[in-house]
Ligand binder design. Structure first.
Ligand SMILES: [Zn+2]
Length: 296
């Protein structure tokens, strides 16, 4: 039923977009010629914030999903979304099925992070939790912005260079955690933070359980029992909770962790509004650093 409704709203949206677009298409072609400011749309705010850093004063980035109150996996675009996309010069999206709804709208130019980093369908889609992917996005943005406003290429290059330097603090912290940790086994409520965890050498024991939670289906009895036992036997160093989604089963797991004094690391899938990618990510890493320091 949910899928059917989603499809129907998609079709309606498409019809509306066509109407909007037929009105502004001719206008748009002349617009690009006298472009002075770049309008960028990002499906999600973590990429949007990075895109604004590289763009600097030469335009504005608008993010469609810009707070953890929306579950990106269940997002359906509105007419307002379609208008923003239609008016933009560049659309940044994640890809690999995460936010592909944006491809049904009519943007003039698309930049897919998945394509950029070579991610394929079926890969873990939370690509932004790998700082190296964001570094590659930074470079790709310089190329795209410079095509639109070639006179400001050096500005874009300079902004990107500065941003990449700041980004390295994440790699440094992840490396620190990697070498400090004494226990590598952990569990997660959802696979949102997995790229970061794997880069730090953690071994996730409940992939099956977390995938079911992410997909909104019930994990099997065996998967639940396995995780409960791992918690009761203190086999995991901590439990990573994606605060952004709700599940009774996960709530109970968190309760059990608290009973057993297993630390909870709280992450979100989407960046809180007005935060920055680096600070958001860094604060999540700090929770883990604190835990591994206590056991080092
Ligand atoms: Zn997710």
């Amino acid at each position: 039923m949910r899928n059917f409704l989603k499809k129907m709203s998609g079709i309606l949206l498409l019809l509306l977009c066509c109407t909007i677009l037929s009105g502004c298409q001719s206008h748009k072609q002349t617009q690009t010629k006298h472009l002075t400011q770049i309008k960028v749309v990002s499906t999600t705010n973590f990429y949007g914030q990075v895109a604004q850093e590289v763009l600097g004063k030469h335009g504005k980035v608008t993010s469609i999903i810009d707070s953890p109150n929306v579950d990106p996996h269940d997002f359906t675009p509105t007419v307002a979304t379609a208008k923003k996309v239609a008016k933009s010069n560049l659309v940044i999206y994640n890809g690999v099925g995460y936010d592909t709804w944006v491809k049904r709208l009519q943007g003039s130019k698309y930049l897919s992070v998945a394509q950029l980093v070579g991610a394929k369908d079926g890969d873990n889609e939370h690509l932004w939790y790998n700082p190296q992917n964001v570094e590659r996005l930074t470079d790709a943005l310089v190329t795209q912005y410079s095509k639109l406003l070639p006179q400001y290429r050096t500005d874009f290059e300079h902004n990107a260079q500065q941003y990449k330097q700041k980004l390295h603090q994440l790699d440094t912290k992840m490396d620190q955690i990697k070498h400090l940790k004494t226990k590598a086994t952990i569990a997660v409520s959802e696979p949102a933070f997995d790229y970061a965890l794997k880069a730090m050498g953690f071994h996730i024991i409940d992939n099956h359980f977390s995938l079911a939670i992410e997909e909104g289906s019930d994990p099997s009895y065996t998967d639940i029992a396995k995780l409960q036992n791992a918690i009761k036997q203190h086999r995991i160093a901590f439990f990573v909770l994606n605060k952004q989604s709700e599940s009774k089963i996960v709530d109970n797991m968190v309760k059990l962790c608290k009973q057993e004094h297993i630390p909870i690391v709280k992450v979100t899938e989407t960046m809180p509004s007005n935060d920055s990618y680096i600070e958001w990510f860094d604060a999540e890493l700090n929770q883990i650093l604190k835990i591994v320091k206590q056991h080092a």
